[in-house]
Ligand binder design. Structure first.
Ligand SMILES: Cc1cc2nc3c(=O)[nH]c(=O)nc-3n(C[C@H](O)[C@H](O)[C@H](O)COP(=O)(O)O)c2cc1C
Length: 205
């Protein structure tokens, strides 16, 4: 079993997937379920995942995703969706809080604070969706590695077109696509790009 450090060190954005190696449905389900342990604002989990497997739907996605070959070659492409209105009362997670003892008034207080202070503008609402669903996306990439699979995150796509093709609500964003499958080991990846280190990115206060 890989330890967490090994998972971090071995994850790469894999460009070449073996198109003949399919993903077991049970493994796919476990990857997604494990990833739902990611943290989210008020535990609201304002995210959804589209699992795109068929040649027909992958081709539609490929046409809107800069014709990136990995969309066709990976056995599965996930579209990570963020809900910009995921803090509103219809989210069933608020009911779970009520079941656990919160009052309706308290819940309305959180929602009101979200509407007026945390996410008042469209920009803040989109950031809410993107912040939360990106944590799910990263969790999926590490969970996949744990199960021996490889991934490639992508934002090279026409979001409006992808939303149209997959009938995604206008209140939702397509945070990123993740190609998922097994690296075709006959094709070597370029060495990993340089990372900025502690001294480059950290400001101490
Ligand atoms: C949000 C995001 C969007 C990305 N979009 C693309 C993309 O559309 N096409 C692509 O080839 N790589 C894309 N990448 C992959 C990056 O180029 C890659 O993660 C980076 O070069 C570091 O390489 P590594 O993941 O192998 O360590 C994206 C990565 C992230 C996190």
């Amino acid at each position: 079993m890989k330890d967490l450090k090994e998972i971090f060190e071995s994850r790469r954005s894999v460009n070449y997937f073996d198109p003949n190696k399919q993903i077991d449905n049970k493994v796919l389900k476990e990857i997604i379920e494990l990833s739902t342990l990611a943290p989210s604002c008020f535990n609201l989990q304002p995210w959804e995942v589209l699992v795109i497997k068929s040649e027909e739907w992958k081709k539609k996605l490929y046409n809107e995703a800069c014709k990136q070959d990995k969309v066709l070659e990976a056995p599965v492409v996930l579209a990570i969706i963020g809900n910009t209105r995921g803090f509103l009362r219809e989210n069933p997670i608020w009911d779970e809080k009520i079941d656990k003892g919160a009052t309706e008034e308290e819940i309305q207080g959180y929602i009101n604070y979200s509407k007026t202070k945390l996410f008042p503008s469209e920009e803040k609402k989109v950031a809410f969706a993107a912040r939360n669903s990106s944590l799910l996306a990263m969790s999926i990439m590490y969970a996949a590695k744990y199960y021996g699979l490889d991934t490639h995150p992508m934002i090279g796509f026409d979001e409006d077109k992808v939303k149209e093709v997959f009938s995604i609500d206008e209140d939702k964003i397509v945070t990123m696509l993740i190609a998922l499958g097994y690296h075709d080991e006959s094709k070597e990846l370029k060495p990993r790009g340089k990372r900025l280190g502690y001294n480059d990115i950290v400001k101490e206060f």
